[in-house]
Design a binder for this molecule. Structure first.
Ligand code: VY7
Length: 180
């Protein structure tokens, strides 16, 4: 199965501060939604907690949450004990309705889809070895944070680059896709 990681970072690699994303970038949220829609999304429990409750589970996607706590449960989410277990789950066909809530899950035959790992820092580090695609939004903003993106090593090549774009928020950003 193809596994992608998708994140947004500052030029310094900051992805989070106090369990939130320390900038507003509507264009990146739209890119995130368009890219992940219809695919299983794998996230850590802290990332799940960081989503505003009205957006949980992320609609139109199978939500798989990684936590070591075997008691953890949330409506609309499946639990996995490790990133590897989450990716195994994501590779299994899934029909909406069994245990998970499906706001907009596709009907008809269940097809295993490429999975997107959506954060956060600890989960990206564990998932990088399984990944063949990275979607990295770089935000030209200098903010302090406590959570960092992994650094793509020499195995990765930039396959696409939007070049610098300006957001309605006033920030510059660019989206790079890496493959290997
Ligand atoms: C995470 C949200 C956070 C706070 C408020 C609303 C890239 C992003 C992420 C994660 C941006 C988020 C949201 C936005 C997405 C909506 C639901 C509401 C949806 C990532 N490049 N950018 N992120 N939501 N992993 N990678 O903003 O979500 O998709 O339905």
């Amino acid at each position: 199965m193809n596994v992608g990681l998708i994140w947004a970072q500052t030029l310094d690699g900051v992805i989070g501060a106090d369990n939130a994303i320390p900038w507003r970038l509507p264009e990146d949220m739209a890119h995130f939604k368009a890219t992940t829609l219809g695919h299983p999304v794998v996230m850590g429990r802290k990332t799940w907690d960081s989503l505003p409750p009205r957006f949980r589970p992320l609609s139109g996607r199978r939500n798989i949450v990684v936590t070591r706590n075997p008691q953890w449960a949330a409506e609309g989410a499946e639990r996995a004990g490790s990133v590897a277990a989450a990716l195994d789950l994501a590779a299994e066909p899934w029909r909406a309705g069994a245990t998970a809530v499906s706001t907009a899950a596709p009907s008809g035959p269940a097809v295993p889809a490429a999975a997107w790992v959506i954060g956060g820092g600890e989960i990206y580090r564990a998932a990088l070895e399984y990944a063949t695609t990275l979607s990295v939004t770089e935000v030209d903003s200098a903010v302090d944070g406590d959570t960092y993106a992994p650094k793509p090593d020499a195995t990765w090549r930039v396959a696409e680059d939007t070049g610098w774009l300006s957001s309605t928020s006033g920030l510059r950003y660019r989206i790079r896709t890496y493959t290997r």
